[in-house]
Write a protein that binds this ligand. Structure first.
Ligand SMILES: C=C(O[C@@H]1C=C(C(=O)O)C=C[C@H]1O)C(=O)O
Length: 293
């Protein structure tokens, strides 16, 4: 299902708070190319981009790894952390030793990156062999059957606010402790044929996203207010949450992501090596006008 060039370009937006700094000031209706915005959970956007039902999206970094030959990355945009992230959480009903020794872990259906990060941490770094199952992101129902539950995004944030008494492991913190590296959870990917056919639209959207990110980082207050109004929690919580997140994609994030792909490959969760390829801005917008003849 490739893009019909008479239709507006279709963009996927992850329906979790972690992407807000990039989208908060992004106003598609003000853009010349008038893109259509589709909001969904990461796993749903991963699927729609793969099927060509959308042209570009913030998707799970692991989904980029699975289909990298079909995609290019938008430079300098990601959802990353170097240390605790507070929204990629493993809730333990049983002790970690029990979980590692054939215990059952229920994993949210909304994720692709974090489920594989969990497997790397459990198997490579802890030497364990849990049994994994997919489940709808509801902590109570997950833990009626399983010894541990993985939640991400706002599902993890809301669950962490409840006094459930479970031990909680922040997977981004574990990754940092074991590797000393950045962890990149989401990237902005564009289907190759869309990048070729609609490069001017993509350049316009890209500049608007980067501008939105720049404004959010200049003043996180409006993003925090929006989170308070729509999700709840406290101002201190959201301030700390956005401080722990990072939305750049530079050499540190790239190295961390390459290591993540390497380990996923080693364990057989990726079938091939991944070459990370960023979209070149040498499209019509970035190319200077030809000098007069
Ligand atoms: C940091 C987060 O990163 C997310 C994790 C993803 C995944 O595990 O596949 C995908 C997109 C990101 O929104 C989060 O959900 O809180």
């Amino acid at each position: 299902m490739n893009h019909d060039r008479t239709e507006p370009i279709r963009i996927g937006r992850i329906d979790y708070t972690n992407v807000w700094p990039v989208f908060h000031h992004f106003e598609p209706e003000l853009l010349r190319c008038a893109p259509r915005l589709v909001r969904a959970m990461p796993a749903e956007l991963n699927r729609r981009l793969r099927e060509g039902a959308i042209d570009m999206a913030a998707i799970s970094s692991f989904a980029y790894g699975l289909n990298s030959e079909d995609y290019v990355l938008l430079p300098n945009l990601s959802v990353s952390a170097r240390g605790p992230v507070q929204s990629i959480l493993l809730f333990l009903k049983s002790p970690l030793e029990t979980v590692l020794d054939g215990g059952r872990i229920a994993m949210t259906t909304t994720s692709a990156t974090s489920v594989n990060l969990l497997k790397i941490l459990m198997e490579k770094f802890h030497g364990g062999q849990p049994v994994y199952e997919s489940a709808e992101p509801d902590l109570d129902s997950m833990l009626t059957h399983a010894d541990a539950a993985l939640l991400i995004g706002d599902h993890a944030i809301r669950a962490s606010w409840h006094h459930h008494g479970y031990e909680v492991i922040d997977l981004s913190e574990s990754w940092y402790r074991f590797t000393g590296m950045w962890m990149t959870f989401a990237v902005w990917a564009v289907r190759r044929e869309a990048a070729a056919a609609m490069s001017a639209d993509i350049a316009e959207i890209y500049e608007a996203l980067v501008d939105s990110k720049r404004r959010s980082y200049g003043d996180m207050r409006p993003v925090i207010d929006h989170a308070l109004r729509t999700v709840g929690g406290t101002e201190a919580y959201w301030k700390g949450y956005f401080e722990g997140l990072n939305h750049d994609f530079g050499s540190g994030q790239r190295e961390g992501l390459s290591l993540f792909f390497k380990y996923a490959r080693e364990l057989g969760y990726l079938e091939k090596d991944v070459a990370i390829e960023e979209w070149s801005l040498a499209g019509p917008v970035a190319t200077p006008a030809a000098p007069p003849q």
